[in-house]
Design a protein around this ligand. Structure first.
Ligand code: NAD
Length: 470
C-alpha cells in the first residue's frame, strides 16, 4: 500500500474491489482520469481476495502487467504508467477501504443454473458488501457495478447499510449508495469501451446520485456520451438484466434461422445485411456458434430470481427468456450434427481441429465458451479433438488438448473456425493445409471471399453457419 499518497495530496482515493476482467480495466480507467491541469484526479487501489488467485493478480498488476491477455495495447501501456506514477496499486489489504472516498465494487455475482432459487450466491455477495461497509468511512460513496438481480440494492443492501451504520454509531445514510452497471467490452477497444461509452446510473438518494454523477463524469467522456440518470436503483439493475436478455434472445432467434437457411441454401449473412439497412432492425445478430462469456448465459436468469426471491412473486415465469437460454446452450451441439451428417455418421476416427477457444474474439476469457461445450460433447463421439487459441496458453484445460501451433492443420479431417480472432482472419490457410482435403467449417464469416475462392479451387468443402455447404 502506498502510504505516501494518502493525506499528502488532495486527490480522492478510490478502491476498486475485485480485479477481474472488469475491475482491473476499470481501475486503469479511473487511474488515468485527469483534471484540467493534466493532473491525476484519483489515487486508485485495486483490492483482491487474499487467496492464491487474488495474490497472483495483485503481483501481476503491480509489475505493470495486465492480467488478461487481449488485443488492446493501450490498456497495458496505461496500466504501466499508472503503476509507475503510483496512481494505481493493487493490494489484498482491505484496510485501504477505510481510507477511501469512493469504493467501486466489481466482484462477481453467480447464479446456480441447476438450482435457480438458491440464495447461496446472494448471501455470499451480501456478506462481501457488508464487510466493505463495515470498513467504509463517513461521507464516502459505495458504487456497485456488479450485475445483480433487480431489487438487491434497495431491498437488501440499503437496509443492511443502515443497520451497519447504526452498529457503528454513525448517522443514517452517512455512506452514499449508488449503482451503475458496466458495459465494458473486453477485446480490441477494452479501455475505450469504459471511457467512451454511455452509462446509466442511480442512487439511493439525491446525494448518492450526485456523488455518482460527479465520479463518473471524471472518468467517462460525458460530453460525447452523456450519462443517463434513472429515478431508482432498481430501474438501473433492471436495465442491465434486460439489456443482456435482449441480446441473448436476439442470438437465439438467429440460431433457428441459421438452420433454416442452411436447409434451403440461402446465405443468411446477405439476408441479414439487407434487413440491417432499416434503422429499426440494424442490431439483428449474425449466425454463430452460440453464446459464451460470464454475462449472457447467466444474466437473463437474474430477473426470474429477483421476482421470485426478492419481490416474492413466486408464480412468475419468463418463457421467452428461458427458451432463449436453452437454445443458446444447445447451439454448439448443432455443429456436431453438421459434422456427423457430412461424414454420414462415420466420425469415430476423424481428427478435428478447432480454432478459437475464448468466448469472443481477441481476448483470453473462455468462461462458458461454446467451443469448450462443443469439444466436451463431441468427445463422446470421437477421440481426436485438438484446439488452438493464440490467447490461451494452457496446455490442457478442462480435458481439452491444446495444439500450441498450427501443425495439426494438415493432419485434420475437419477444421472449425470457431472464433474471429485477428490471427485467423489473416491466416494463409492454403499454406497450412498443404494437400489435405479437410472439411472447413466457418462459424462466423472468418474466411473472406478470396480465401473461400482459393479453397474451392482446391476442391475443399466449406460449411458456413447460416449458409450451408458450398
Ligand atoms: N466480463 C465482462 O465482460 C463483463 C461486462 C460487463 C459486466 N460484467 C459484470 O461485472 C462483474 C464482474 O465481472 P468480471 O468478469 O470482472 O468477473 P471476474 O470473476 O473476472 O472478477 C471478479 C473478481 O472479484 C474478486 N473478488 C470476489 N470477491 C471479492 C472480495 N470480497 N474482495 C475482493 N475481491 C473479490 C475475484 O477474486 C475476481 O478476481 C460481474 O457482475 C459481471 O457480470 C462483466
Amino acid at each position: 500500500m502506498n502510504k505516501n499518497n494518502i493525506g499528502l495530496d488532495k486527490k480522492e482515493v478510490v478502491t476498486v474491489v475485485g480485479l477481474g476482467f472488469v475491475g482491473s480495466a476499470m481501475s486503469v480507467a479511473i487511474s488515468t482520469s485527469k483534471n484540467n491541469m493534466g493532473k491525476n484526479n484519483f489515487v486508485v487501489y485495486g483490492l483482491e481476495q487474499k487467496n492464491k488467485k487474488g495474490k497472483e493478480l495483485v503481483k501481476e498488476i503491480n509489475k505493470g502487467i495486465f492480467p488478461f491477455k487481449n488485443e488492446d495495447l493501450s490498456l497495458e501501456k496505461n496500466l504501466k504508467k499508472s503503476v509507475l506514477n503510483k496512481s494505481f496499486t493493487a493490494t489484498t489489504d482491505n484496510k485501504i477501504i477505510n481510507k477511501s472516498d469512493i469504493v467501486v465494487v466489481d466482484i462477481e455475482f453467480n447464479i446456480d443454473k441447476k438450482n435457480k432459487d438458491s440464495k447461496q450466491n446472494l448471501k455470499k455477495f451480501i456478506k462481501s458488501i457488508s464487510k466493505i461497509i463495515f470498513l467504509m468511512k463517513k461521507d464516502s460513496l459505495l458504487l456497485i457495478e456488479t450485475t445483480i438481480p433487480p431489487g438487491v440494492c434497495e431491498k437488501i443492501i440499503h437496509p443492511e447499510l443502515n443497520k451497519i451504520l447504526k452498529i457503528r454509531s454513525m448517522p443514517k445514510d452517512s455512506i452514499s449508495l449508488s449503482f451503475s452497471y458496466e458495459r465494458v467490452m473486453p477485446g480490441i477497444a477494452y479501455l475505450d469501451s469504459i471511457k467512451n461509452f454511455w452509462r446509466v446510473y442511480s442512487g439511493i438518494n439525491k446525494k448518492s446520485k450526485l456523488l455518482c454523477r460527479k465520479f463518473l463524469t471524471k472518468i467517462i467522456n460525458t460530453k460525447k456520451y452523456p450519462l443517463k440518470e434513472l429515478n431508482k436503483i432498481t430501474e438501473v439493475e433492471t436495465a442491465k438484466v434486460l439489456e443482456n436478455t435482449y441480446r441473448a434472445t436476439n442470438i437465439a432467434l438467429i440460431d433457428e434461422w441459421s438452420r433454416f437457411s442452411e436447409m434451403i441454401g440461402v446465405d443468411l449473412y446477405d439476408v441479414i445485411n439487407s434487413i440491417k439497412v432499416r434503422p429499426t432492425h440494424n442490431n439483428i445478430m449474425y449466425p454463430g456458434l452460440g453464446v459464451g462469456g460470464y454475462c449472457l448465459p447467466k444474466d437473463p436468469l437474474l430477473a426470474e430470481f429477483s421476482a421470485r426471491n426478492i419481490f416474492n412473486f413466486k408464480r412468475i415465469k419468463f418463457p421467452i427468456t428461458n427458451m432463449a437460454l436453452d437454445i443458446n446452450a444447445k447451439s454448439p451441439l448443432e455443429l456436431i450434427k453438421i459434422i456427423k451428417k457430412f461424414f454420414k455418421n462415420k466420425i469415430k476416427n476423424k481428427r478435428i481441429l478447432v480454432l478459437g477457444v475464448s468466448y469472443k474474439e481477441d481476448i483470453s476469457d473462455f468462461r462458458n465458451s461454446p467451443t469448450i461445450e462443443f469439444c466436451e460433447k463431441f468427445r463422446k463421439h470421437i477421440g481426436n479433438i485438438f484446439c488452438h487459441d493464440p490467447y490461451i496458453e494452457y496446455k490442457k484445460e478442462r480435458n481439452i488438448i491444446f495444439s500450441p501451433n498450427l501443425s495439426q492443420f494438415k493432419k485434420s479431417d475437419v477444421i472449425v473456425f470457431a472464433v474471429k480472432h485477428n490471427m485467423y482472419l489473416k491466416l494463409n490457410i492454403i499454406k497450412y493445409l498443404r494437400n489435405s482435403k479437410a472439411l472447413i467449417i466457418d462459424t462466423s464469416k472468418i474466411l473472406n471471399d478470396s480465401m473461400k475462392k482459393k479453397l474451392k479451387e482446391k476442391k475443399i468443402k466449406i460449411f458456413s453457419l447460416g449458409k450451408g455447404l458450398n
